[in-house]
Write a protein that binds this ligand. Structure first.
Ligand SMILES: *C/C=C(C)/C=C/C=C(C)/C=C/C1=C(C)CCCC1(C)C
Length: 242
């Protein structure tokens, strides 16, 4: 507890580790609020989109628990790498599943489910091997590059393979899917950049955590909100037709 107070004390200025600690708490609160919002709004959208809202809330619920734990581990002076990767291996497939779900799992979406999940799990597993290897060493670099190739494969599926299916989706959903695709193309690229921050000197590990924490809120809460906006729009269109 003393270390926790020391890490967040403002005496002597706002240190990088204090900012990092705050962002773990901000992450906990943001994920909790996201969960409440997605689950409460579930009953305000058309029935066929409710499962997507459930999944959006599951992502932030799982992350809320892990952020709470990670805030504690960091306060004790350690990097919470294990919790981080347990979180990612659960939440990243759930995030990607929202694409096939919005396209309709019975029709256009189904074929994308397996490739997205396989590439994603392969990315997280190889990235974990990199993350627990000595920073800057041979296996750190090799597994980093392999993980990046899998990340690129996900981007390829979403931007090239899914293009026609998105074009056939109802306009508000197609619009959301295109923005969500941008989150994977740009928002997910923050992670490998954060990973490389570990090379940047003594505060490198903290900088990496700052990158991951900001990216997680954007890519879990922000991403869910973009799905929600499309879902809400099409739900209102279909209810005003009745
Ligand atoms: C909610 C959590 C999300 C969206 C996490 C995404 C994580 C990545 C896209 C991680 C990618 C990485 C690589 C491609 C290589 C090196 C290590 C990682 C884990 C930073």
């Amino acid at each position: 507890m003393n270390e926790l107070l020391a890490a967040t004390s403002l005496e002597g200025g706002l240190s990088v580790s204090a900012i990092t600690q705050y962002l773990f708490w901000v992450g906990t609160v943001a994920m909790g609020c996201g969960t409440a919002f997605f689950w409460l709004e579930r009953s305000n959208v058309a029935p066929q989109y409710r499962s997507t809202m459930t999944v959006a809330g599951l992502v932030t619920a799982v992350a809320c628990f892990h952020y709470y734990r990670m805030a504690g581990v960091y306060a004790e002076g350690e990097f919470p790498t294990a919790y981080r990767y347990i979180d990612w291996i659960i939440t990243t497939p759930l995030l990607l599943v929202k694409f096939p779900m919005l396209l309709g799992l019975g029709k256009d979406g189904k074929g994308f489910l397996l490739p997205l999940i396989i590439f994603d799990v392969a990315m997280i597993v190889t990235a974990y091997i990199a993350e627990v290897s000595p920073v800057g060493g041979g296996s750190w670099w090799i597994f980093f590059i392999i993980a990046c190739i899998f990340e690129f494969a996900i981007v390829y599926v979403l931007f090239v393979k899914m293009k026609d299916a998105i074009g056939r989706a109802p306009a508000p959903i197609a619009r959301s899917l295109r923005i969500m695709r941008g989150f994977i193309g740009i928002g997910w690229a923050i992670y490998p950049i954060g990973f490389l921050m570990a090379l940047s000197g003594p505060a490198g590990g903290d900088l990496r955590e700052i990158f991951y924490n900001i990216a997680d809120v954007v890519n879990k809460v922000g991403f869910g909100l973009v799905a929600y906006f499309g879902i809400k729009t099409i739900s209102e269109m279909s209810s005003s037709k009745e």
